[in-house]
Design a protein around this ligand. Sequence first.
Ligand code: SF4
Length: 464
Amino acid sequence: MESDSEQPVQTQTDKPGVYIHTFGCQMNEYDTQKLYKILENDYRPVSEADQAELVLINTCSVRDKAENKLYSMLGELRGLKRERPSMLIGVCGCVAQQEGEEILKYGRGVDLVFGTHNLSLAPSLVRLRKKGAPPQVAVDYREEWEDLPLGFADVDPSKNGQKQHVTAFVSISRGCNKSCAYCIVPTTRGPEVSRAVEEIEREVRIAVHRGSKEIMLLGQTVNSYGLDLSPRLSFVNLLERVANIPGVERIRFVSPHPQEVRQDFIDFVVSNKKICRHIHMPLQSGSDRVLKEMNRNYRRDKYLKIIESLKSRVPDMAITTDIIVGFPGETEEDFRMTLEVMDLVQFDNSYSYSFSPRPGTAAAAMPELLSQEEKIERLQILQRKQEQITAARLAAWVGKDVEVLVDNRNQNHEGCLQGRTSQNVMLNFDTPYQGLKIGDIVTARVVAPKRFTLMGELKSHSVV
Ligand code: SF4
């Protein structure tokens, strides 16, 4: 019998491939990176499903579109599995958490289902299935922080087709204590649990050590961070501690909840230069009546006051938002009020959706008065308005100097790079610059707007 030391060493290229397809939000992107790390002893990341022996679909249940895409993707994967029966297919994320075993009924060929609290079980579920056990399901609520391999921010993105991680995503909390009528997240991700601040700091240090310049803090309602910790902390305390870590050049976060925005948060955001000049704060509706029905515990006045406080002190602060159109009972007047808030705020961009009921939410039981066509019509009106506002906002940058963190290659110009401004607008350089590389922070002069991006030329190249 061979001893352990005589086992052939498995190199990265000997390992079978794993491909993870991600639907949904940045929290899911983050879990995907974590999964690659959790599986790295047994699998190497690949960029296409047809190169993989293990395909995972990290699902989102916020909108039914993503859920429909899951089932159509499972159909395609079944075809692949017919050609290569050894391939394993797994479903994880919010739909897995919500549907559990039901997924095995609709999704023939699925080998694994595991929820948002069970990522660390993935290797053992895979092993069991490979040994001939029946399809594995793990969706119990578990507290996962302790199980996570620290340092997953160092997953080499070039190996799995992801963008180079000049920006590191760092999760600061899990779950949500709110109960917005349309949202399934509190059910799928459980109550809010803040991550220990020391663990967050450690992960940020590792990310910086690996070359990240920008830290994106993630949570469902980031600004309620720390209220469940002992001793209690605030989100501002956390921002201070992250900003003090050497090598952190920029900090972003998604998403603050308007109800939790307090003066100390506004003061810190406007005064600390490491906090990017961009706030993504969901509005959802401009009508107080609809906000009440949605169980969003703030009103349009509060939302507008927050924006006013931010913009009066930082005029170039970019504001983006999420808006739901056609919530049950939304009248013409309610919709008009949402358009009015868009006029008042001049959002740099907005992510808008027409309402679709998610089973298990309070809104699913509300009578819908609008037809699908009416909802789509409102959505189109809103999106056309946003396009006009975005175009004007982008045009206003022309001739100004902006700081850009170079984070990718310009897909349209060989040898050229692109980056993001502090306001989170992509800026493309259209000529190659000697010595300019991913991770540099440079000053650029904006020369022209494109549809959702800017074109710019390098002004100064002071590498941080
Ligand atoms: S704040 Fe509301 S919309 Fe956001 S995750 Fe929590 S319940 Fe969902």
